[in-house]
Design a binder for this molecule. Sequence first.
Ligand code: SF4
Length: 73
Amino acid sequence: MCICINCRYVKKCSIYKLIEQQHSIVAHNKDCEFIPTQAIITINILSKNAYRDWDVVECLSFIEEPGKWLNSY
Ligand code: SF4
């Protein structure tokens, strides 16, 4: 699971915007000026159709704020 959903910066993070784009989700975070430090992304290939699941699994900028993603939009 992507750790970004519980991160204080999810609403304005440039890396999370990339994750949304890779999931073909319309990017909600228009103001994505925040550049995190050492975000590590894993990409799992889930099918022959090359569906890929992108997740941030580590990030030095992460500050826990449970449910931030749900409360952001
Ligand atoms: S965990 Fe890192 S990459 Fe994800 S929203 Fe927070 S700062 Fe951005």
